[in-house]
Design a binder for this molecule. Structure first.
Ligand code: FHN
Length: 443
């Protein structure tokens, strides 16, 4: 790729992927956990006996929810069941290699005791930092921590979505200073943070702050060298988000895959990316009464493998309740995904795209460290045989069923460069089946 003729002061800083070790670690995570937790977990999608059908973490914006009542919820925030070690253990057992926690969502409530606002855990009856012990617990499990931060802040008096008057502009200057202070505070409080996951950056007022955001991004990167920041933080000077005026990615990875996934490698333009996914259709924070389709662990495993097959990370969201309990549906997902990962993770961790013709039975992933090819079967063929077309010059050296099935595969050459792999009778395919193939290249 090359730059087109437009010169940008606040566009993309780099062409192509980052090549440093820290980004290499990020690229190989495969699976992450998102946690949306805040005051919205207290009403849990209900107010005054009425049901809110939107995303629970947006309840403050519902016209049945009096804003002042919402803004008083911090006075009852006292999550007695909060046990960060148990959360981290569960995430570890699920197979998550990184986690993202909402330090502050759109409502502005801070889960850390920020010195720049009174609207934080420090003023709640809980009166303790939530983030510190969480970072410590996840770090202890070897799970990298990323801090979610919403720039949009419904609580800060200086926040504006548009700057229409002189007064707006002045107020917004205060808000920008506050945002910078909070971000630097977070990095100072939690220096093991691996990256920031930004959100709430779509409003006009913020889009116009290209120079400020660019400078702030640099500043944050200088505080924690190697810090990972995706494409949602800043816009370029022409107001372009994610991709700058020249079409180049802003930030270290594409953050546009929310509750949706790419289908082909062309969709990701050679960039790193993550997909963040809800368990129900669209609930991030705790909603006590999920309606509509709720994803099964097998559906989520399929999305995770698909993400790996297209060079992306997959992140499953959890929304603990107002007391700090992880709901049973999510605990079950964590358990089932973890059981599958226990024996099949080598088809996900360290894995990426393989440029072989896509087959109907599922996905190929290639292990970047071993060079092995994984076949992850979601559509089990009635014949019990998998068709595999290899590019010219590739020889199959060995192939094994892994995981709970185990066993050897019957390899039948159909004609040059095309094979049937016969799976043993009785292979359990109630869960995705994984085959690992050793290949050699050359004639
Ligand atoms: O509005 C938020 C939403 O509540 C949630 O936090 C997601 C997570 O990616 N982000 C925003 C919508 O894009």
């Amino acid at each position: 790729r090359h730059r087109s003729s437009v010169t940008l002061e606040h566009g993309s800083k780099r062409l192509g992927k980052r090549t440093d070790p820290m980004m290499g670690v990020w690229r190989n995570y495969g699976l992450g956990q998102f946690i949306h937790w805040g005051l919205y977990a207290i009403p849990g999608g209900h107010w005054d006996g009425k049901y809110y059908s939107g995303a629970a973490e947006w309840i403050r914006s519902w016209n049945e929810m009096p804003k002042n009542a919402y803004d008083e919820l911090y006075k009852v925030f006292d999550p007695k069941a909060y046990d960060p070690k148990a959360w981290a253990k569960q995430a570890k057992d699920m197979g998550a290699k990184y986690m993202i926690i909402t330090t502050k969502h759109h409502d502005g409530f801070c889960l850390w005791p920020s010195q720049y606002t009174d609207y934080s855990v420090a003023k709640s009856p809980y009166n303790k930092d939530i983030i510190g012990p969480m970072v410590e617990a996840y770090d202890a499990e070897g799970i990298d921590v990323y801090l979610y931060f919403s720039v949009m802040d419904w609580n800060h008096p200086g926040y504006r979505s548009k700057l229409e008057t002189k007064e707006d502009e002045e107020a917004y200057e205060g808000f920008k200073e506050f945002t910078r202070n909070q971000l630097l505070e977070l990095l100072a409080f939690y220096p093991s943070t691996k990256g920031l996951w930004f959100d709430g950056t779509w409003d006009q007022a913020w889009i116009q702050q290209a120079a400020f955001a660019d400078e702030l991004e640099e500043e944050m990167r200088s505080v924690i060298p190697g810090l990972i920041i995706g494409s949602r933080f800043r816009a370029d000077e022409n107001g372009k988000r994610h991709f700058d005026t020249n079409g180049d990615l802003m930030g270290d990875y594409e953050q546009g895959w929310e509750r949706k996934m790419p289908n082909r490698i062309e969709d990701v333009n050679g960039n790193d990316w993550d997909c963040v996914m809800t368990v129900p259709e669209n609930q991030w924070g705790y909603h006590s009464d999920w309606k509509g389709h709720v994803k099964s662990s097998v559906e989520l495993i399929e999305m995770m493998v698909k993400a790996a097959s297209l060079d992306g990370n997959f992140v499953i969201n959890f929304g603990p309740d107002g007391q700090g309990n992880i709901r049973p549906e999510e605990s079950l997902i964590a358990k089932e995904v973890g059981e599958w990962m226990e024996s099949n993770a080598e088809a996900v961790y360290d894995c990426g795209y393989l440029d072989w013709e896509k087959q109907d039975w599922g996905y190929y992933t290639r292990n970047r460290k071993t060079g092995n090819v994984n076949l992850v079967v979601f559509n089990y063929p009635a014949s019990g045989k998998l068709r595999v077309k290899v590019p010219k010059g590739i020889k199959i050296q060995g192939i094994d069923l892994i995981g709970t099935n185990g066993g050897t595969i019957d390899l039948e050459e159909i004609h040059r460069d095309e094979y049937f792999l016969g799976l043993p009778k009785g292979t359990d395919h109630t869960k995705p089946v994984v085959l690992v193939m050793k290949i050699v290249e050359g004639d």
